[in-house]
Design a protein around this ligand. Sequence first.
Ligand code: UDP
Length: 477
Amino acid sequence: MSQAKENIVMFPFMAQGHIIPFLALALQLEQTKNYTITFVNTSLNIKKLRSSLPADSSIRLVEIPFNSSDYGLPPHTENTDSIPYHLVPNLFHASLALKPSFKKLIADLVKEQNGHPPLCIITGIFFGWCAEIAHQFGAFHAIFFGGGGFGFACYYSLWLNLPHRDINSDEFTLPDFPEVGAIHVTQLADHLREANGSDPFSVFLQRVLPEWSNADGILLNTVEELDKLGLMYFRREICRPIWPIGPVLLSKRSQDQIGITSELCKNWLNTKPVNSVLYISFGSQNTISASQMMELAMALEASGKNFIWVVRPPIGFDINLEFRAKDWFPEGFEERIKDSKRGLLVHKWAPQLEILSHKSVSAFLSHCGWNSVLESLSYGVPLIGWPMAAEQFYNVKLLEEKIGVCVEVARGKICEVSHEDIVKKIELVMNGTDKGVEMRKKACGAKDMIKDAVKCEKDLKGSSVRAMDEFLNAALA
Ligand code: UDP
């Protein structure tokens, strides 16, 4: 008789940026065929997940009761992507109220398994409180973060060490992470710049982040060899096992999000010389201002480079708006680009992995969200960084100052940026300058490190594979 598989319960915070890496990890664990996976979230998020799960997946989706109106949120809003920014703290505080329901959900699962607890409960970064529940039922508890070590270490330290700066100075260092060096005020996301310890973001984060210490370990979507400083910070501050298991990435995206087919993209790229195309995308949520968009378009024309640009409506425009090139770009831009066959403008969503893996792509102008960073480095593509929010500013710092695979071109969604400056950065990276050549070499080095980290041969396991083994063994012990 075959033995029943161990169950792993996964429970991310209700935000797309948190749910997607959890889904990628769930699919990776499912692939080992050693575990059953129970994926927990609120009803609307579970409904969305149901449509993005592969047809042959046996991941069990379980709803936890939640009524957004109880927390001053508009009806049927259960995800940061569907609530106005100023109401995000309401969702934070609502998430704390899920404790009794989560306890009941685990109790029911244990009953269903004849008293056998799940092997492990993996929760999101704001759900450290789940450790207590996991331990009550005799289950192992781990926190999983879909971002990188260095970037989040800076973010973690900033929230726990408020006020972080002397009001008279534009630069400051992190008291518990001096290895980072100087941070400039322009590298603070809006809510961090405004944080004073008693605002709703500070109150929530200062409560939940220290709860990481209650977990049995922390899983990070990063690679040991690339992210040593960030991992060192967490090992020093949290005194819990830290397992870098990355890259944990979704291999393909659901078709309905695609603004252009992979086939069309590939055909277009096939017509371009090796290492000649600049890929531009600001991820799944961010966009730039109308005036920044004008400058970027002017820079692309002036640079004479081939490019693929994933265009999302500029700030202030409805995201669901049709493609209004005439309003967003310099006069005649779209026609000139089409005639010269130099550029491909893609509406909202492109098959990013297809693009980055193509030999014609030379550089990636990116907001440096962590998934984009891992994807770019997995294919040895150097970056031109334009961070916009959260820990993206420190991702760029890591890439530029510590790894040497990036140059920053601008900061934030409203900063002034000139097309001349953008052209200079594009040329620096793409024109075979010493710096550009060095960056490409280092990006190829990073690609090799990532490849080695996920190597899984009989006698040779990479660091990420070993970290995953260690985590699963610790859970089993
Ligand atoms: N992405 C994509 N096509 C796009 C824009 C984004 O496939 O046009 C994917 C990208 O490959 C990455 C994710 O969306 O996996 C974006 O995640 P990231 O962490 O880079 O940024 P976020 O969207 O969370 O800000």
